[in-house]
Design a protein around this ligand. Structure first.
Ligand code: COI
Length: 353
C-alpha cells in the first residue's frame, strides 16, 4: 500500500485529556477513488489534511454518501484489536447499494485500515472507556447538478481518539420520545447508514437537547406507535425477565453492537425477543414497574443505560434513574471482550499484526 508521509506530526492529546467524541483526528487517513473506467483504485495512506472540492460536487447537494463507525482498542499487553470490522464492511456495502454507490472490495478497505492503524498506533488511547474511533465514509465526487448517481467517488477512513459518546459517561441518559418528526419510513433509507438519515435527525435532536434530554427515541413514521431506535443507538428493554429490542423491519439500522449484545444475552441464557414493541407497552411497563431496565447500543454509545424518558408529555423513570444490573453486566462483558480481558469465544476481535 502506498504511504505518503507528512512533514510534521500533530501533537497528540496528553494522557488523561478528556477526549470527548470526534474532536481529535490523527495525522493520516486512508483514501481510494472510484471512476467508471478504473473501478476502485489509487488506494493510499496520506496526510489527513484539508482537501479542496468544487462546490458543485454532488455530495454537497444530494447527500449521496454513506459512512460507518467502528473502534480499535489498545489492550493491557499493548496489542491492538478492532471489533468486528468484517461486519462493518458488509453493512457499508449494503448501505452503498441502497445509495447507488458502487460496492468496494472489503479486503482492500481492510488492508487500508490495517496499514493506517499500524502507522497511527501511538494515537490509540488505553485509558478505560477510551478507544480509537474509526470513521470510514464514501462520498459522491462528480461535479454535476443532475439528480443521478455520481460516476466518481471518494472512499476515506479517518481516525479519532475518543472517550465516552455521552459527556456524562455511563450516567443514564434521558430520551424524549419524538411524536412529530420521523427519522425514516418503510421503503426509505432507515436501514442504510447514509448521510441524509443523520441530517434529518438534527432538528429533533436540537429540540430535545434544549428541553434537557440527551437524544430522541424515534417511533415508526406510519402510525407513531412502534419504537424504532434512538438515532445513534439501537434500544433494548428488560420487561419482567424478557429482554426485547425492536425487530429490524427495514427502517432501523442493523446495529453491530445490537447483534453482539443479542448474542451475549443468548449466551448467558436470557430469553431475548426481536419484535415490534409499542411505545404504549413501554410506558405502561414503566408505570407498573414491569420495565426494569432500558439501554441503548452502538459503536459510539457502547451499552448506554437509559434512566428516563418523556412520552406524550409524561415523564417516566426507569430503574430509579440508575444503571440496571443487566445493562452493567452487558457493558462489562462487551468491553471486556473488546479489550481482551474476557475470552473472545465468537472470534469478534481482529488483532493487528
Ligand atoms: C456509531 O455509533 O458509530 C455511529 O455512527 C453513531 C453516531 C456517532 C453517528
Amino acid at each position: 500500500m502506498k504511504i505518503i508521509e507528512r512533514r510534521e506530526l500533530k501533537p497528540k492529546p496528553a494522557a488523561g485529556t478528556p477526549l470527548g467524541f470526534g474532536k481529535y483526528f490523527t495525522d493520516y487517513m486512508f483514501t481510494m477513488r472510484y471512476t467508471r473506467e478504473k473501478g476502485w483504485h489509487d488506494a493510499r495512506v496520506e496526510p489527513n489534511e484539508p482537501v479542496a472540492f468544487d462546490l458543485a460536487t454532488c455530495v454537497f447537494h444530494y447527500a449521496q454518501g454513506v459512512f460507518e463507525g467502528m473502534k480499535a482498542f489498545r489492550r493491557a499487553d499493548g496489542t491492538i484489536s478492532v471489533f468486528r470490522p468484517d461486519r462493518n464492511w458488509e453493512r457499508m456495502n449494503n448501505s452503498a447499494d441502497r445509495m447507488c454507490i458502487p460496492r468496494f472490495p472489503a479486503e482492500l478497505a481492510e488492508e487500508g485500515l490495517e496499514t493506517l492503524l499500524r502507522l497511527e498506533r501511538d494515537w490509540i488511547p488505553s485509558e478505560p472507556e477510551t478507544a480509537l474511533y474509526i470513521r470510514p465514509a464514501i462520498v459522491a465526487t462528480r461535479v454535476m447538478l443532475g439528480v443521478h448517481a455520481s460516476t466518481e467517488y471518494l472512499f476515506f477512513i479517518l481516525l479519532s481518539p475518543v472517550g465516552s459518546y455521552y459527556a456524562r459517561g455511563l450516567q443514564p441518559t434521558k430520551l424524549l420520545v419524538e411524536e412529530f418528526y420521523s427519522r425514516s419510513s418503510l421503503g426509505g433509507t432507515g436501514e442504510a447508514k447514509c448521510l441524509g438519515n443523520y441530517a434529518a435527525s438534527i432538528k429533533s435532536g436540537e429540540i430535545a437537547e434544549e428541553m434537557g434530554f440527551d437524544q430522541v427515541l424515534w417511533l415508526d413514521s406510519a402510525e407513531k406507535k412502534y419504537v424504532e431506535e434512538a438515532g445513534s443507538m439501537n434500544v433494548f428493554f428488560v420487561f419482567r425477565g424478557e429482554v426485547a429490542t425492536p425487530a429490524l423491519v427495514g427502517s432501523i439500522l442493523p446495529g453491530i453492537t445490537r447483534a453482539s449484545c443479542l448474542q451475549l444475552l443468548a449466551d448467558a441464557g436470557y430469553p431475548v425477543s426481536e419484535r415490534r414493541i409499542t411505545m404504549e407497552e413501554v410506558a405502561q411497563a414503566a408505570e407498573s414497574g414491569a420495565l426494569s431496565e432500558m439501554f441503548g447500543t452502538g459503536t459510539a454509545a457502547v451499552v448506554s443505560p437509559v434512566g428516563a424518558f418523556r412520552y406524550r408529555g409524561k415523564d417516566h423513570v426507569v430503574n430509579g434513574g440508575k444503571i440496571g444490573e443487566l445493562t452493567a453486566r452487558l457493558y462489562a462483558t462487551l468491553t471486556g471482550i473488546q479489550r481482551g480481558a474476557l475470552p473472545d469465544v465468537h472470534g469478534w476481535n481482529k488483532l493487528l499484526r
